[in-house]
Ligand binder design. Structure first.
Ligand code: URA
Length: 242
């Protein structure tokens, strides 16, 4: 049973800012299980108590999960002095609690999960869990089956060990090739460094998938939406087993 402050629950439920909800509480607009409650810092049971503002019931969930289609040109950080950050694309009453799960480079686009669920984030990112990440990339140079073999066997990118087996799917091969790459790790600039190691250069990189979570084809770059309950459950299940 989770007990939280009444004003925090109301603000997190989107009823207003902390000072606005305090004023609603003071004015008697808030009821807990049918009784007016004027005590903003009183604790309520977030799961079982029925909280209403002006007679309208409010729901509170502990965690928020946002899917962002990260555009190029923003940094995966909460704050930055030079560039916009991924958080600038998220609207939430609880923005201060949210953080991005993992990183994408400044020029990389695509799927980024933003949440306040530290447990899930930890499980998705833990090196021992090998959660698959799939990227679409445009490559300068002709990608070959030999590259695919090298990706499968592991590549020396200057770390202590070779990279873990990665799947390189060649979609089109030519002076500029199109590929899909699935990696099990998340080393700094990993995909770019893997292509550099086989003598090629990544021109464009977009993440399509992380674990069970797939970038919503209906989102535009810079767009975001909340995860569905099914997506959340699948991510949790996958992160437990991977
Ligand atoms: N690999 C990269 O090189 N860059 C990213 O942003 C993600 C994976």
């Amino acid at each position: 049973m989770e007990r939280i402050r009444l004003d925090k629950l109301l603000a997190a439920g989107g009823a207003g800012t902390r000072s606005e909800v305090k004023s609603f509480i003071r004015k008697g607009q808030v009821t807990v299980n049918g009784a007016v409650c004027k005590n903003a810092d009183g604790k309520v049971d977030a799961q079982n108590d029925v909280i209403c503002l002006d007679g309208q019931p409010l729901t509170y969930t502990e965690f928020e999960y946002h899917m962002l289609y990260k555009p190029a040109g923003c940094v995966t950080a909460a704050r930055d002095s030079r560039y916009p950050t991924v958080m600038d694309y998220i609207t939430s009453a609880r923005k201060k609690e949210l953080f991005p799960v993992g990183r994408l480079d400044l020029d990389t686009e695509g799927l980024l999960l933003i949440t306040n669920d530290g447990n899930l984030a930890h499980r998705l990112l833990a090196p021992g869990r090998h959660v698959d990440k799939t990227y679409y990339a445009r490559i300068q140079g002709e990608t070959t089956q030999e590259d695919a073999v090298r990706f499968r066997e592991g590549i020396d990118i200057g770390e202590d060990r070779l990279t873990m087996p990665a799947l390189l799917e060649i979609l089109t091969a030519g002076p500029v090739s199109e590929v899909r790459v699935t990696i099990q790790e998340g080393k700094f600039h990993q995909v770019k460094r893997m292509f550099t190691a086989v003598g090629k250069q990544v021109l464009y990189l977009k993440r399509l998938r992380m674990g069970s979570l797939v970038l919503d084809g209906g989102l535009q770059a810079g767009g975001s939406r909340l995860l569905t309950q099914e997506e959340i459950d699948d991510l949790r299940k996958g992160a437990l087993h991977e």
